[in-house]
Design a protein around this ligand. Structure first.
Ligand SMILES: C[S@@+](CC[C@H](N)C(=O)[O-])C[C@H]1O[C@@H](n2cnc3c(N)ncnc32)[C@H](O)[C@@H]1O
Length: 407
């Protein structure tokens, strides 16, 4: 059967997910929008996307779309969709969703209408009035945007960033999908030295190792659609087997993570073990400002930027000290930060910047790929000190209003 799929993504990662689908999945019918990517394919595509997409949040089947200005239109539109094709008699089918710029804005009411319409449709098909919902989970999602309702089924279950290796994290872990995107942007594919000198729970080196080894990020976890009756379990078995076949098991890599906190280093090593890459990555306790970065290679990190970890004054002091070491290094460097004055404190102007979101936090990925002699120093201005105090004050004022978390 042919399906239309939609992958929600973190803002800024849509194009990368489009690349993953085109180059990794060999798909041609890929459409990239703000925060989501659409594509089509069959059951094998569904399985491949769940097992292999590194930067998408989940894989949804688009069940249908229709205009919905009123609850009656919403009910009728949902009722007409082919639920029998997807939902078995004993399936659990919880409903969640959102509405933007639309006449229907009460989410609980929309949720209840969607559920009632699906129940009515399935009751007529199965000839029963009560659904136990004890079987496989088919999460229904709706979006109502500009009075157009779109209904989806979530094939992934837990978000794809949950690879199954990071039960434990430090105070400010990076989402796995974002870490993988940073590695993708650096073009590191397993050659040369790789270092994250602020590794925390090890997310960036672990994602780098999985990319280097061509290890499917979804290998160590399960997906809701694995229990769906309309997808042959043999296809899942084949998809997993193929993923194991294409993994590079015997190559050696120079991937290292370091952190000043020995607890983080221990945690990172445990996570690498769970991710199946412990033989590929090496972790050690080091102060990033005392590292000798004399060799060429790739450095990717998210140092504290005074948001969820450290205050802005300490974070900028750390950045200045680290910048002194890093700016002289021949390593290509990719550093994510929400600090708008990052370059000023790091001391060097970035060769390129790319806007990325760490949760709801607007950040930049500062990229340095020129040799040190071609890097342009960033001249500090006289009002730096005042500006730092102003930023800290603003952050304190806004700290309770902004969501910075990760799920
Ligand atoms: C934002 S966290 C990194 C999170 C990490 N990317 C992850 O996914 O878990 C920043 C890390 O920098 C570490 N750190 C702070 N000062 C440091 C220093 N001088 N040298 C090395 N690491 C440091 C902290 O211990 C913390 O683990």
């Amino acid at each position: 059967m042919e399906y239309e799929f939609c992958c929600p993504t973190l803002f800024g990662l849509e194009g990368i997910v489009g690349d993953e689908l085109r180059h990794g999945g060999g798909l041609t019918d890929v459409r990239v929008e703000n925060g989501r990517v659409f594509f089509s394919g069959d059951e094998r595509t569904l399985i491949w996307a769940n097992l292999w997409l590194r930067c998408a949040e989940r894989v949804l089947i688009r069940v249908g779309e229709f205009p919905a200005h009123t609850f009656e239109e919403l009910f009728e539109g949902v009722y007409e969709l082919p639920w029998l094709d997807y939902i078995e008699k004993d399936c659990a089918f919880p409903v969640k969703g959102y509405s933007l710029n639309s006449d229907l804005h009460s989410i609980p009411d929309c949720q209840s209408i969607v559920k009632k319409a699906i129940v009515k449709s399935l009751s007529e098909s199965y000839g029963i009035n009560w659904f136990e919902e004890t079987g496989a989970r088919c999460q229904v999602q709706f979006s109502i945007m500009n009075n157009i309702a779109t209904l989806y089924l979530d094939t992934s279950g837990a978000g794809l960033h949950k690879r199954g290796y990071r039960a434990n994290a430090n105070d400010a872990p990076l989402r796995e999908t974002l870490a993988a995107a940073m590695v993708h942007l650096s073009r590191y594919r397993g050659r040369g030295e790789f270092l994250d000198p602020f590794c925390g729970s090890g997310t960036i080196p672990i994602e780098a190792a999985m990319i280097a080894m061509n290890r499917a990020p979804g290998l160590a976890r399960s997906f809701d659609a694995e229990k769906w009756a309309f997808i042959d379990p043999e296809l899942w078995r084949q998809g997993r087997e193929q993923a194991l076949d294409v993994m590079y098991r015997n190559r050696s890599y120079e991937i290292c993570g370091s952190d000043i906190d020995p607890t983080c280093v221990k945690l990172a090593a445990e996570n690498a073990n769970k991710a199946g890459v412990s033989h590929t990555v090496h972790f050690e306790t080091q102060d990033a400002c005392k590292l000798r970065l004399n060799r060429e290679g790739t450095l990717i990190c998210n140092p504290p930027y005074g948001e969820r970890m450290m205050d802005i004054v300490s974070a900028r002091k750390l950045l200045r000290n680290f910048g002194t070491v890093a700016s002289r290094s021949p390593m290509k460097q990719y550093i994510i930060s929400s600090d708008e004055k990052f370059e000023e404190f790091f001391g060097v102007k970035a060769d390129k910047k790319r806007k990325l979101y760490n949760g709801m936090l607007r950040c930049n990925l500062f990229m340095y790929y020129q040799t040190p002699d071609k890097r342009k120093p960033f001249r500090r201005t006289a009002n730096t000190k005042n500006n730092t105090k102003k930023v800290q004050k603003n952050r304190n004022n806004h700290s309770n209003k902004r969501f910075e978390g990760h799920s």
